[in-house]
Ligand binder design. Structure first.
Ligand code: ADP
Ligand code: MG
Length: 684
């Protein structure tokens, strides 16, 4: 049987009663398939001895050893707690075991006895202590056979709920695997052989009860391949969503042409091309689902406004969602100015709009008097109702989870969707992750932009850097100084915003106006500061990476990042994108400490070499896996059970290629070797 066909209720398992069944239900588990498809959230490696005190080195903090008990005592109110002092029989190290709420321990553990100890031991004060431990009595003579007794293999650790315990979960899992019988493979045999995949039946057994690290890795690889393979297959085979409403015409409206004509610059070729692509999608029989990627400052947001106007001309309402308050507000200001005199009504909504003003706004929205609503996730709050939401734009889409995106989409009737990102997703990933999504890319920067010149700055060169920034400020330009932390939390190794602000404003630039800004400031203060900076009332900003997100001040020409070795390449690239936003020459100074490694320097030099965000993202991917991109995973952007965006990039593209090849040569999946795929799909 296929795993998906194991639909028997888990109550068929011995030991699973009504209560246990409810506990499992809370974890979304009700069938054998659900249970077996639950991945352990980790493993306890009990396959070899780890003595007390070893937790300071690479073995982590788990101890798996034999001990002799020195004393057992009760303490605390009602003597409910038990304290046990033990010594490792091998290295004689002592540990304090604190059995909180485990009064029975004093009745079952005896001084002088020998025990197998499995515990999470931590350093506490000068001693070693554990409150998470298991003790099992052994006979002294058995200690000679020591290691064999210790070898309990690698045990799975599951998510729990209610009265479930690791022990009961493991027991039920074993029972489920026994009851399941043989689990059939789902990948065509030739591919199983080509990629040397472990048969699914063994893979499921190994993922729960691994025989070794190596087999566990193999099992995960096999399960991950199957997962990605079917993810791709589904994406490619999914029937397009037919519009419930009339599509918009592809032709451009006079209002759009006017709007574009009034801009103080020409659109870039890429902008024009993307606008065509969007209009084309909007006129299609299926609703648009498009990802717009482009480097910071490449003019994505402007494209969004123009495409919004296209929809508004067709009587549609448009929602534009940004990930932070600050960005949303800035976008609203820009849009307000841009749409001045066009008859388009723009409104801003965030969580802080309350009471009467909010009601007024919501009434207007419901009545259809607001064309373009800009805001944070407040845009999909319960009480927000649109009259005719047909176009949804999501800025920095990777910062939103799947659920949040869906919540907003549900406010409309199959709205067209434009996702924007400045975190370039390497092609390899984009193709895999967005199998069914169209991707537009803005490659060229607006005309007249000079590439930002980037310098790597070490200790002795700092003075020159300060001097250069001073020269720029004297010319009336502005500068950002970015530090990794807000204040000196007793760690004098890292420069921080507070200390450096003092230093810069008194020692280096007493004649210039600067201020500090960081995430702990009240939202209003941040907005005021950024407005002042934007209006040229401030010469320099000293900040944490809050400036990373979308701040647009064309007159700023210097970006100084300290401890740049501590930032990811993509994050640095984003920071650098805050300058070079006009025809002025801009500079980026990446300062680092002497402690930097050779690899670290090599990494930074990528930024000196190129201004191309895509190349940088690919480099980042090569050097350390999709560091920034793992944000994609954290935000629930993809719900992968086995495959890992960081580790499995190449496997993903292999699986994708195989799916493409199969669907191209055998779209009906009728060949003998592909019949297994057809059967799997039919069994669902
Ligand atoms: P992104 O959203 O990709 O970071 P924006 O749309 O915010 O980029 O554009 C960055 C800046 O460049 C804005 O000040 C915008 O007005 C300006 N801009 C956009 N398109 C052009 C263009 N074709 N030529 C010159 N400047 C442009
Ligand atoms: Mg932007």
């Amino acid at each position: 049987m296929f795993i998906g066909e194991l639909r028997q209720d888990i109550k068929n398992l011995t030991g699973v009663g009504k209560k246990t069944r409810e506990d499992y239900a809370k974890l979304g588990i009700s069938t054998l398939c659900d249970l077996i498809s639950t991945t352990p959230r980790g493993y306890e490696d009990r396959s070899h001895r780890i003595c007390i005190g070893r937790q300071n080195d690479d073995d982590g903090c788990w101890t798996n050893t034999f001990v002799k008990v020195e004393s057992v005592s009760e303490f605390g109110a009602g003597r409910k707690n038990t304290k046990i002092i033990v010594r490792d029989t091998e290295n004689n190290r002592k540990a304090f075991l604190m059995g909180f709420n485990r009064p029975y321990l004093s009745k079952t553990v005896f001084p002088g006895g020998f025990y197998h100890l499995y515990a999470n031991v931590t350093v506490y004060g000068t001693g070693l202590t554990s409150s998470q431990f298991e003790l099992k009595a052994v006979r002294e003579e058995d200690l000679i056979a020591g290691d064999m007794l210790l070898d309990q293999g690698i045990l799975p650790v599951y998510p729990l709920s209610g009265t479930l315990t690791q022990k009961s979960f493991r027991r039920d899992m074993k029972a489920a695997l026994a009851l399941a019988g043989r689990i059939d493979d789902e990948i065509p045999q030739p591919l199983m052989e080509k990629y040397r995949l472990m048969p699914l039946d063994s893979a499921f057994r190994e993922i729960h009860f691994p025989t070794s690290d190596k087999t566990l890795t193999e099992a995960r690889r096999s399960l991950a391949f199957r997962e990605v393979f079917y993810l791709q297959l589904d994406a490619k085979r999914r029937p397009p969503v037919e519009r419930k409403r009339r599509a918009m015409p592809e032709s451009i409206h006079a209002a759009e042409t006017d709007f574009i004509k009034k801009l103080p610059f020409e659109l870039t070729d890429d902008q024009v091309k993307v606008l065509q692509e969007i209009r084309h999608d909007m006129s299609g029989a299926e609703s648009m689902s498009r990802l717009l990627q482009g480097d910071v400052g490449s003019g994505k947001t402007l494209v969004a406004w123009i495409s919004a106007l296209h929809a508004i001309c067709e009587g549609a309402q448009v929602a534009f969602m940004a990930p932070t308050e600050l960005l949303a507000r800035q976008h609203a200001q820009v849009a307000d100015a841009l749409f001045q005199g066009t008859g388009v009504s723009v409104a801003f909504l965030n969580g802080e709009v309350h009471g009467k003003p909010r009601q007024l706004l919501l009434d207007q929205l419901k009545a259809g008097n607001i064309d373009l609503l800009i805001g944070t996730h407040a845009l999909f709050s319960k009480d927000v109702e649109y009259r005719n939401l047909r176009y949804v734009i999501i800025d920095e889409q990777h910062r939103f989870g799947v659920e949040q995106r869906r919540a907003l989409l549900e406010k409309g009737i199959d709205p067209d969707v434009l996702l924007m990102t400045a975190t370039p997703i390497p092609r390899t990933l984009a193709l895999t992750v967005f199998g069914n999504l169209n991707v537009s890319t803005i490659k060229t920067m607006p005309k007249g932009r000079l590439p930002v010149i980037t310098y790597l700055v070490d200790g002795p060169k700092r003075d020159k850097m300060y001097e250069a920034v001073g020269v720029e400020m004297k010319r009336g330009h502005q500068a950002y100084f970015v530090y990794p932390r807000i204040d000196d939390e007793g760690n004098s190794d890292l420069r921080d915003v507070q200390t450096m602000y003092e230093f810069l404003s008194t020692k280096k630039y007493p004649e210039f106006r600067g201020t500090l800004i960081h995430s702990r400031l009240p939202e209003d203060d941040k907005i005021r500061i950024l407005n002042d900076f934007s209006a040229g009332k401030l010469d320099f900003l000293v900040s944490t990476s809050v400036v990373e997100v979308g701040i647009d001040v064309p007159n700023a020409t210097c970006m100084v990042v300290e401890h740049s070795e501590n930032f990811g390449l993509s994050a640095l690239h984003q920071l650098r994108g805050r300058v070079g936003r006009s025809s002025l020459q801009s500079w980026c100074f990446l300062a680092y400490e002497d402690t930097i490694t050779e690899d670290g320097k090599k990494r930074l030099s990528v930024l000196r070499r190129t201004n191309d965000g895509f190349e940088i993202a690919e480099e980042d991917l090569k050097i350390r896996g999709p560091g920034e991109l793992s944000g994609l995973r954290q935000s629930g952007f993809l719900h992968l059970k086995y495959a890992d965006l960081e580790k499995d990039v190449s496997m993903m593209s292999m699986a994708r290629d195989e799916v493409d090849r199969i669907l191209a040569s055998d779209p009906g999946l009728i060949s003998l070797e592909n019949s297994v795929i057809r059967q799997v799909l039919a069994s669902r």
